[in-house]
Write a protein that binds this ligand. Sequence first.
Ligand code: GTP
Length: 366
Amino acid sequence: MQLNKIPATVVTGFLGSGKTTLLANILRQITGKRIAVIVNEFGEQDIDSSLLRSCALDCEEGEQVASGEDGSIYELANGCICCTVEEEFLPVMKKLVERRDDIDHILIETSGLALPKPLVQAFNWPEVRQHCTVDAIITVIDGPAVAAGRFANDEEKVAAQRLADDSLDHDPSLRELLDDQLSAADLVLVSKTDLLNADEKARVEALVQARVPASVKTLFIDQTLATDTAQLEALMGIGAASEEHIDKITNHHDKHHAEGAHHDHAHDNFDSCVITLGEVDGDELAAKLQHLLKTQEIYRAKGFAAIPGKPMRRVIQAVGERLDGYFDRLWRQDELRQTQLVIIGKTLDRDEIHAALASAERLVNA
Ligand SMILES: Nc1nc2c(ncn2[C@@H]2O[C@H](COP(=O)(O)OP(=O)(O)OP(=O)(O)O)[C@@H](O)[C@H]2O)c(=O)[nH]1
């Protein structure tokens, strides 16, 4: 029976593309809907749920986010949601189904390295199918990163490059991840378009269009989405019932399996580490991190810094080489004032990273 199923929106997209920002905007702006949130992170520290939780509290809408015995936001243990569907995702969905009278919508953020397909297939399990439907799979892609060719060059360039030199093709695991995350999309959001000029926008659009069917819409978004309640509401009412056609979607990952090739998930090539420090000098931390972003293969860094004399915690966000920081909320009395950063990349030298960032701590203690 289709009536009264709880709609679930699955938000997917590469590391740092803007998924948590989208969820935070929805939680702040969509009032009057009780939204349950499931987040899954790659990396051993749940930064996103902390950001979302503080956003949900800011909203002063206690009822807005469905509250569960383990809090309003369900965190799935580290790693990749698509590999742990049965052990982790299904039990959470069963809990939500039990509480279905208190929930109007479910928002699911996959880790930046996950494929949405196995997760959406879980909506066809009898216990879930009866009560929930996937309203849409929304794939967020980082406009500036795609425009810069981080995942794949536009088709003409790729063809020309292949002719010239096979080795010039981009990291195939990133290209395949982009393809696979796009192949499942019911809607594509190109984020950070405030950082794109018209040519770059056109390039990104062409690249997306080459990878999704004509029926899949692409929307360009920027920070103005934060207050565009009508648009945010529209994103949650797409009605795609994605679980009904998910099996038909083919992707590189399934193809490799079908060919019997030994092929790991994209995330198997990625490393992550957590750096924990005490209070740090904010400028020194930024300078050292900026240097590391240039010299190590770091795709993503995020976390919180404790700055001496500052009553608020500082959020640290890095995507590629772009580093950003802002104070989000007061440190709570029961919280340890410490600095904690999750770093995600390839072949990371944890000791070098720790030593570099620890100089920001030494400066405070000097
Ligand atoms: N300039 C600009 N920055 C943005 C926009 N959307 C997100 N960002 C920034 O991009 C960075 C990453 O955003 P997140 O929303 O945390 O990305 P994510 O996809 O959740 O990241 P992971 O969970 O680590 O995969 C943050 O510093 C955001 O502030 C945008 O529209 N414009």
